[in-house]
Design a binder for this molecule. Structure first.
Ligand SMILES: C[S@@+](CC[C@H](N)C(=O)[O-])C[C@H]1O[C@@H](n2cnc3c(N)ncnc32)[C@H](O)[C@@H]1O
Length: 310
């Protein structure tokens, strides 16, 4: 299968990550490996890139196409980075990139129901070896649970009528395909509200399901709680996220790690957790240029933040 993906903000990623020759870098979201390839070029043959992805398709594709000595591929979750590095016998790395979200391949070619433009089984798992599928949630949650899910993870205004329609429709037959779900959602959203909108009425519901199925916010938070311990002093983190819920977690963690210690002076060790451990490299969130979004519309909602370990 041809694997399509245009990497988001490639110039900015290289500039914030600043890969050094001979360095060791983690690409926690390998995807189509565009960013990984660029980092591999920078670190050269004595450096190394550890490419992680929870989707086996991405690992297989990289195995078939990268063909270089300076990449180690790991099928896993970036939330487990401390264990992954331990298994590889690596104490700390010079930089970490995570580019969260869907690859173009997952959206357009995986056949797992990420897109409402095609009729596919409602799966939505990035790691197909474990976890709950979207159809399990759609047919298993009660009306209130569905409405809460669409509201909290999709910021969907019409979460209640949508949940009501889903529950009514699934009484006829379980909802198992993406197009049927998209049609139910479209019909539940008032016509006046969807007219003139740039996005399909089912966009937020699909986003909420995908985030929930893959526990995306939970896994991101786990990663954020441990990444500093995986970096060498001077090592950098660069995060690309795609919606405000993820970006908020990243922003708050960087702010917390930049904090000054508030423990009483006579405390032998810090217990407030506010020790200054990183410096932010992005005072404000960085967005893609207009030129980039014209060439790559998928990058339009990308948000970049970066920091450096002190
Ligand atoms: C936007 S794509 C990455 C594209 C890549 N940077 C490139 O240049 O081609 C996101 C990838 O991250 C993977 N992914 C998302 N969350 C993950 C996680 N928590 N752990 C590991 N991989 C994850 C997805 O499976 C997908 O392949």
């Amino acid at each position: 299968m041809a694997f399509k993906h245009i990497s988001a903000m490639p110039g900015e990623v290289l500039s914030f990550l600043d890969p050094q020759k001979d360095g060791i870098y983690v690409d926690g979201t390998l995807g189509g490996a565009g960013h990984a390839r660029a980092i591999m070029d920078r670190v050269g043959s004595d450096g190394m890139v550890i490419g992680i992805d929870q989707d086996m398709d991405a690992i297989r594709h990289a195995r078939e196409t990268l063909g270089a000595d300076n990449i180690r591929l790991v099928h896993g979750n970036f939330a487990d980075l401390p264990q992954i590095l331990q298994e590889l016998g690596i104490d700390a790395v010079n930089g970490i990139l995570i580019d969260i979200g869907l690859s173009q391949n997952q959206l357009e070619q995986s056949g797992r129901g990420f897109s409402f433009m095609k009729d596919e089984p409602l799966d939505m798992r990035m790691d197909t070896e474990s976890g709950t599928r979207a159809e399990d949630l759609i047919n298993g949650l009660d009306e209130k649970e569905l409405a809460d899910l669409f509201f909290t993870l999709g910021e969907e205004r019409f979460s209640r009528p949508i949940a009501r329609s889903i529950v009514r429709e699934r009484q006829q037959a379980p909802i198992t395909t993406s197009l049927r779900l998209a049609n139910i959602v479209s019909r539940a959203v008032p016509r006046k509200a969807s007219a003139g909108q740039k996005i399909h009425p089912a966009t937020r519901v699909f986003q909420a399901l995908r985030i929930s199925v893959n526990n995306e916010l939970g896994r991101l938070q786990e990663f954020l709680d441990h990444f500093v311990d995986c970096l060498k002093p001077g090592g950098r983190l660069c995060v690309l996220s795609f919606h405000s819920l993820e970006d908020r977690l990243v922003k708050e963690k960087i702010r917390e790690l930049e904090g000054t210690c508030t423990c009483p002076k006579d405390f032998p060790v810090c217990v407030c957790g506010k020790t200054r451990r990183v410096k932010s490299l992005t005072r404000k969130v960085v967005r893609p240029s207009e030129q980039e979004t014209m060439i790559n519309p998928m990058a339009r909602s990308t948000r970049l933040r970066a920091c450096e370990k002190i």
